[in-house]
Design a binder for this molecule. Sequence first.
Ligand SMILES: [Zn+2]
Length: 466
Amino acid sequence: MRKSIAFFLFLIISGSLNSTLYYERIFLVSTDFQFPVVKIEAEKDKKPVMLIFGGIHGNEPGAYLTAEKLTALKLKKGTVIIVPRVNFYSIMKNVRGYFGDMNRKFVKGEEKKKRDPDSKIVRILKQLMSEADIFINLHDAWGFHKRYHKNFGQCIIVDAAGVYSKKFNRKIDLEKIGKEIVRKVNKQIKNPKHLFAFWNTETEKKHKEKKLEAMKFTATFYAYKVYNIPAFGVESSKNIRSDELKVKYHLLVLNELFRIFGIIPENKITPELKKPEFYYAKIFNSEGNEYIVPAKSTLWIRKGEEISVSEIVGSRKFGWASDILGWGGENDRNKKFSPIKETVVLIKHDYKRVAKFKIKPSVKIPYAIITIDGKQRKISAGERLRLKESDTIVLRSAHLNGKELTLDFKGFALKNRINRGDDRNIKIAYKELQPEFSLSKNGKIYKVEAKLKRFPEFFFIVEYDL
Ligand SMILES: [Zn+2]
């Protein structure tokens, strides 16, 4: 028998959100090919299980952004397993398939091709498939099928007219379902150019056209043929410029799929996309300490210290990668490294570079002197200071190789006073801080910067327990 995937290994990020359970696990962690999988399940009635892939092709943002949005689902009934960035390596390169077309690698034995990094991913995807009752593969494709029947854009695609599902214990009429979705979705689409169409590609038949013959190696056909589960390809159109509009169309189709298969969401997912903005990275060292590192700053560490960029916090949940310049590969998240000289870490979101910071190993770590509620203490570069809302802090001095530096509390500015970026010897109370300038944007985490002639040399973090 097939081995079942270890869902119990999923880390519970949030134990219970209004009776919905949320689990997350990163597969192939610490490699360039790491990708997260999210499982969302209703507390009691967990059936059926729908598996959704986003971004099996790296240049289809409508697909992977939709999958990311779906991770905010809360469910009254059913389970949804979402892979928000299947082919993250290709997404980082913004190409269909950096190692060839991953969606033509769903054949038996393909996963044994150890030299192809895609094969490791495909093996995990097949395992996820074996646990699902319904499978959906999201795509963006060229053109509009309704206007030109050889194009895949704005189309719901199945491989056969129907499938006998053991899991549902009945025959599922894929054609009827597909056509019903098209009818319902098209009523909600204003632009006649963007209307959806249904296409049964009859994948099992012998096809003259190479394109159709190659469908025999796709994920949906594998799900249909090997696991006998209803499988749908949902395609938005690459000719639609706006990613938000593509996401909107994908969501219209998914809402119908949820309804038809009896998955009941508790909330409505909207297509709005926030611009990817980096807030800070969490870096662990081998002693289990955690640093918070914002953009445009230098983290001082002890020479020989081993660290790894574990978490990237920003305006978006998925799509983050960290690239240690001159070391590792394209995505160095969760990889342990011990820099021997000053090193730049690049923060990427999908195929865009969004921020960078430096890591500086040193024998001597600079420090600052502060007083908290009248008590003096020393705080080292990179350290995290935990305060209560009622605490007042005074920044006294900062020292680097015998030189005195200025101290700038980011997010603090006295009213009726010009902000010169030097906040030494001023009482700072929590109520005078501006939450929008905090690193976390919610008033919890602030950066204090030590500067020499306006050049930021080091920083420490002030964290409030609210
Ligand atoms: Zn595609």
